[in-house]
Design a protein around this ligand. Structure first.
Ligand code: VG1
Ligand code: CO
Length: 544
């Protein structure tokens, strides 16, 4: 089959961010734009002859078009075999599962996660390595380097693959195997959790739940697992049909964007349990009857109850959390006498710790939780973990969380996002903070004394790599913290994220409203960064 070598020239700005390259669909559709990034990825990987790949995405607009191009380029670059999800669909956790299960060389995941989709929305691509996890910075830096030097790419002239047809097809000398998108992932979940116990809970008649797939990729996974395998009534999964524009919504499972679910769970006749996932299926939000569980608390609670889950019953080796995630999980690690790690934002930093078996559970404040079963965060896995605990303990979500706070204390936690800030303003704000850092330690603000102030740098204990400037941290005596960083996943202007945390263990103060409990620290965070003066913003766009 003839192969074309096409001349091209470099595009600016093809630098992978927190989770791959994310741009507006219109940017990706420019002639050669996608091809340049794919060829640069293959160039960075070196010799691709005879290697294997997994390819799939979250089903958003442009998914299948991009996959056809990627398959032809993989064939032209010498890959021998590709597993691709049926109709191009693989959730991010399912892709990680498949890479590991079939021992692929790596995978290309097409997703912009929770960012809006459709013709005017966002698109994204990232490369995952053979452990199933996002490529580390050493590789993403090489990919970026290649994007600045590229002058040619290779593509096969073969016909399109029938992505709906399960089984083997040929593309030149390469074989393409279209696989069921859901089966491997479902089997993995059944091997981790006590499905009979969860099924007994869901069919008991006195437990009800709702899962909001937000018209994104988890619909088919949730319907198969929750309704078909675990017996939850039809209709348990809402917005379960994936749409190329996610139904015009913003599939980010939080109190702002999962409005339909949140309204139901806070209504008078709310179900006992509610959950949602994001565009590519790796995030989760957990709700009880009129009750919201913060992702940071969720990680701590899963860790404290891991012994109730078949796959973790012999114990967990350690817990890792991203730096801005609350320190609630650290207290659990301390009690269990296991390692606790603090990494920069983004799942790629957990891979080494998981591979070395230094940690079993990982989490991020941004509604991400996962374990050593794969190398991505995993939305439905977290939902099943919660259901398994509820089935064993026969407590409500609120009871479980309250008991946890009584035992460990509560880390009040909030994140304030300021979206669409002009990049220069956002950078000036971080610079303003940076110049203050050395003057802050020992300074007193009302009752709080600063114990440290820095721009976080992470020293990976496994490969000794160092990642600098991962966010401004201001820590106070007693553990309170204010953190500032700029998003690495947005596609328009800058998003400033301010993370605020305060620890409380006085029994009478465990049930305050979060924004009220944190109000002093929130004011201080605004003052220190001069948010109003430097951005003109008087309120955040999203509060979680
Ligand atoms: C955000 C979150 C981060 C998460 C990343 C990818 O990154 O804060 O915790 O790992 O999204 O998640 P940033 O750089 O915008 O803060 V996903 O579900 O978009 O793959
Ligand atoms: Co996601």
């Amino acid at each position: 089959m003839p192969i074309s070598t096409v001349n091209t020239s470099a595009f600016e700005g093809q630098k992978p961010g927190t989770s791959g390259l994310r741009k507006k669909v219109g940017v990706f559709k420019q002639p050669h734009y996608l091809e340049n990034f794919i060829q640069s990825t293959f160039n960075a990987l070196g010799d691709c002859e005879g290697k294997t790949l997994v390819v799939g995405g979250d089903g958003r607009y442009y998914n299948q078009t991009a996959i056809q191009i990627i398959l032809k380029m993989a064939a032209a670059n010498g890959f021998s075999h590709i597993w691709v999800g049926q109709n191009g669909i693989l959730s991010t956790p399912a892709a990680s599962c498949v890479i590991r299960k079939y021992q692929a060389f790596g995978g290309l995941i097409l997703s912009a996660s929770h960012n809006p989709a459709g013709i005017d929305g966002d698109f994204g691509i990232k490369f995952n390595t053979s452990n199933g996890g996002p490529a580390p910075e050493s590789i993403t830096n090489q990919i970026y380097q290649q994007t600045t030097e590229i002058s040619q790419y290779r593509i096969s002239n073969a016909a399109d693959i029938a992505l709906h047809k399960l089984g083997l097809q040929n593309l030149g000398d390469m074989t393409v195997e279209v696989i069921d998108s859901v089966v491997d992932y479902t089997e993995l979940m059944a091997s981790i959790f006590d499905f009979p116990a969860i099924k007994a809970l869901l069919t008991s008649g006195d437990f009800s739940m709702r899962f909001d797939a937000m018209h994104a990729v988890t619909g088919p996974y949730a319907i198969e697992i929750l309704e078909k395998r675990l017996g939850a009534p039809a209709g348990t999964v809402i917005n379960g049909i994936p749409l190329p524009d996610f139904g015009g919504g913003h599939p980010d499972p939080n109190l702002t964007y999962a409005e339909q679910l949140v309204t139901e769970l806070f209504s008078d006749d709310a179900p006992d349990f509610g959950a949602a996932s994001d565009g590519d299926g790796d995030r989760n939000m957990i709700l009880g009857k009129q009750f919201f569980v913060t992702p940071s608390d969720s990680l701590a609670i899963l860790a404290a109850n891991a012994q109730h889950i078949p796959a973790y019953k012999s114990g967990i080796t350690g817990i890792a959390r991203s730096m801005p995630t609350s320190q609630a999980a650290d207290r659990v690690a301390e009690k269990l006498g296991i390692e606790a790690h603090e990494t920069p934002t983004g799942w790629k930093f957990f891979g080494n710790l998981l591979d070395a078996n230094r940690v079993t559970l990982c989490g991020e404040e941004s509604f991400g939780t996962g374990s050593n079963h794969i190398r991505e965060k995993d939305g439905l896995w977290a939902v099943l973990f919660w259901l398994n605990i509820l089935a064993v303990k026969q407590q409500s979500v609120a009871e479980l969380v309250n008991l946890h706070w009584q035992q460990f204390g509560r880390n009040y936690y909030t994140r304030h996002d300021y979206e669409g800030v002009p990049t220069e303003q956002a950078e000036a704000l971080i610079q303003h903070l940076q110049t203050q850092l050395s003057t802050l330690p020992k300074k007193q603000f009302a009752e709080r004394t600063v114990s440290y102030a820095d721009n976080f740098s992470y020293h990976d204990p496994i490969d000794n790599s160092v990642s600098e400037k991962q966010g401004i941290r201001i820590g106070f005596e007693g553990g309170d913290r204010i953190i500032y960083r700029l998003s690495g996943t947005g596609t328009e202007g800058a998003t400033l994220r301010v993370y605020i945390e305060s620890y409380e263990d006085r029994p009478a103060r465990l049930n305050q409203d979060t924004q009220t409990a944190l109000s002093e620290l929130i004011d201080l965070a605004n003052q220190l960064a001069k948010i109003v003066e430097l951005t003109g913003r008087t309120a955040p766009t999203v509060i979680t």
